[in-house]
Ligand binder design. Structure first.
Ligand code: ADP
Length: 196
């Protein structure tokens, strides 16, 4: 199974690249942000999630982990999964490892899109013009998402580095250039593991 975590700050291009990776490698794409946005807006869960996301804060781990596990369980025959926007905290990373272990599976690689902050702010500002996402529209909320990323999500990189699964990829350039870099990283890794 090819289980990929696509990692990076808001605006790094995780969603865009995930769709291309999904296509090329025949993976299931699970974006926790998309899952939260697709909830029935009248449901209690949607209201709770929105109360956090509209301020640019993370939805609590217990809720997010349950949602993620239920999404993965919808695809028992998947040949691989791309995790987009999850894990976003060390507790989520640990929970994902334990969940996969129970299924005799594991994360293959965490691909981290590296983009500097000025570029991130620009991209989110532009996305706000098209996306209809309230969390993209307000510079103070964008800043909070970037701060939350540094505070709560950046430690996840250390988690994957410590188990040798972290691969940093330059997230600047054309969409196709970045996609080629990601594919190269995956193919190097799968070639390596088939030799072992
Ligand atoms: P971004 O484009 O900022 O990466 P996403 O679409 O992935 O945003 O997520 C939007 C919002 O959904 C986040 O700001 C957060 O409130 C919530 N969210 C998404 N994934 C998670 C997660 N793994 N843990 C907690 N909250 C999450």
């Amino acid at each position: 199974m090819l289980n990929i975590v696509i990692f990076g700050p808001p605006g790094a291009g995780k969603g865009t690249q995930s769709l291309k990776l999904k296509e090329k490698y025949g993976l299931i794409h699970i974006s926790t942000g998309d899952v939260f946005r697709a909830l029935d807006p009248e449901s209690e869960l949607a209201k709770i999630a929105k109360s956090y996301s509209e301020k640019g804060n993370l939805v609590p781990d217990d809720i997010t982990i349950k949602i993620l596990e239920s999404e993965v369980s919808k695809h028992p025959n998947a040949s691989g999964v791309i995790y987009d926007g999850f894990p976003r905290t060390s507790a989520q990373a640990k929970a994902l490892d334990e969940f996969l272990l129970r299924k005799n599976s594991s994360i293959t690689v965490a691909l981290a899109l590296e983009v500097d902050e000025d570029e991130l702010r620009n991209r989110l500002k532009n996305r706000a013009l098209q996306s209809n996402r309230p969390d993209d529209a307000d510079p103070a909320i964008i800043q909070n998402r970037i701060d939350v990323y540094h505070r709560q999500t950046a430690p996840v990189a250390e988690f994957y580095k410590s188990c040798g699964k972290y691969v940093g990829v330059k997230g600047i350039g054309t969409i196709d250039d970045i996609f080629s870099r990601l594919c190269m990283a995956i193919e190097q890794l799968t070639a390596q593991s088939s030799k072992e």
